[in-house]
Design a protein around this ligand. Structure first.
Ligand SMILES: Cc1cc2nc3c(=O)[nH]c(=O)nc-3n(C[C@H](O)[C@H](O)[C@H](O)COP(=O)(O)O)c2cc1C
Length: 371
């Protein structure tokens, strides 16, 4: 039964306002492609395309053409997502740790992205890269107030601008690469949403900055969403639940891995880029954790810092993520959030959105489209 008591906050990010304050987080490689991002945007949330490594799936991709191919595919997918979005808000996730980060940011703007969401490092130069595109909103991802403070001060000092929103993603529960120094720091309770979101809220209030906070990591249902709003967030970002949708761009085998995963199958690993990551304990991960070195040669310099490329250690993350996307259980790295074991079926985005919004008073309004 829907009780119509809880108000939904209005999430306005720069010039863009989705109908609902629900963001589908960017998930690479190609876990959140144009289908998923477009579907979420069309249903009134913010759909986020992951920009990482999109050219890998093209014929003849190599170390000379990788940036050009990535950019070409990104532009194509942004157009597809926007066509599906029916005027809804489409964001692009660009990771600072990528060699072609700058090219991906500029390509996203040129192709009409509404918002750039940027983490896996501090996006200190993002305003400079996007200065010719004033309609594009900029949203850094952080895991602490300290990181938000550095970005805010730097952007104000060098570019006289503030972030249009800030995603607080907690390493305690989120999927993919995590904003923590090492595996030990991943479970630091000081990095929990219930600590960092209220602290950032207070920090912004003190500075008299009206920047919406979007809480991410471990959010499963409308109770979690309500809790995030009560802590001061004006939006929530979910990854795992959206990956396991009909519209999710990965293979059915990928989605089946989510359905099959039990709580004890979720592990932390050190990724070749030096950040910890959360993933399902697939055969490839088991081999890695047992110290067995994969023999795949590095094909493209995708990460600025990569232990596979420079020291021939760990594994090729591009290969491992693409293998997962394609559904190669033996050789894939299946990133996931800590609540993946709760996934029991593959839902349609429309039904998932409906479930997430249960108990909230629906906004009277407003077009789903970009303002
Ligand atoms: C499969 C997968 C891939 C991800 N890839 C990225 C990525 O490319 N860039 C990024 O900033 N975050 C990435 N994330 C994090 C999500 O965008 C999101 O913030 C996070 O998963 C939220 O936690 P939840 O999965 O518990 O909902 C990924 C998460 C998952 C599950």
């Amino acid at each position: 039964m829907i009780n119509k008591e809880k108000e939904l906050p209005v999430l306005k990010i720069g010039k863009h306002q989705p109908k609902y304050p629900i963001v589908q987080g960017g998930m690479g490689v190609m876990i959140s492609g144009p289908n998923l991002a477009g579907a979420v945007a069309a249903e009134g949330g913010i759909g986020t395309l992951a920009s990482v490594g999109l050219g890998v799936l093209t014929e003849g991709y190599n170390s000379r053409n990788f940036a050009e191919r990535n950019s070409m595919m990104l532009k194509k997918y942004i157009k597809q997502a926007k066509d599906l979005a029916k005027g809804g808000v489409v964001a692009v996730n660009c990771m600072c740790a990528l060699c072609d980060y700058e090219s991906l940011v500029v390509s996203s703007c040129e192709a009409g992205a509404d918002i750039i969401v940027s983490g896996a490092g501090l996006p200190l130069k993002l305003p400079e890269l996007t200065e010719s595109f004033s309609d594009v909103a900029l949203v850094p991802i952080v895991s602490s107030v300290k990181a938000a403070n550095i970005i805010i001060n730097r952007w104000k000092k060098h570019y006289d601008r503030y972030p249009d929103g800030i995603v607080v993603e907690t390493p305690n529960t989120a999927g993919g690469h995590l904003g923590a120094r090492d595996i030990e720091q991943v479970s630091n309770p000081e990095l929990a949403l219930k600590v960092v979101v209220p602290a950032l809220f207070e920090y912004l209030k003190e500075k008299e900055l009206d920047i919406p906070i979007i809480a991410a990591g471990g959010i499963w249902d409308s109770n979690d969403i309500s809790e995030a709003f009560s802590m001061g967030a004006r939006g929530v970002q979910l990854g795992t639940r959206f990956a396991a949708t009909v519209e999710g761009d990965s293979s059915d085998r990928y989605k089946q891995a989510y359905i099959d995963a039990k709580e004890e199958d979720v592990v932390l690993i050190d990724s070749p880029c030096g950040l910890p990551g959360r993933a399902i304990n697939s055969p490839m991960v088991k081999r890695f954790l047992a110290g067995i070195q994969e023999r795949t040669p590095c094909k493209t310099p995708c990460l600025t810092h990569c232990l596979c490329r420079t020291k021939h250690e760990t594994f090729c993350i591009a290969d491992a993520l693409v293998n997962a996307y394609k559904g190669d259980w033996e050789n894939g790295l299946f990133f996931c959030g800590s609540n993946v074991s709760k996934v029991t079926s593959i839902m349609k985005v429309k039904d998932l959105m409906h479930e997430l919004l249960e108990g909230f008073k629906m906004p009277d309004f407003i077009p789903t489209s970009t303002c």
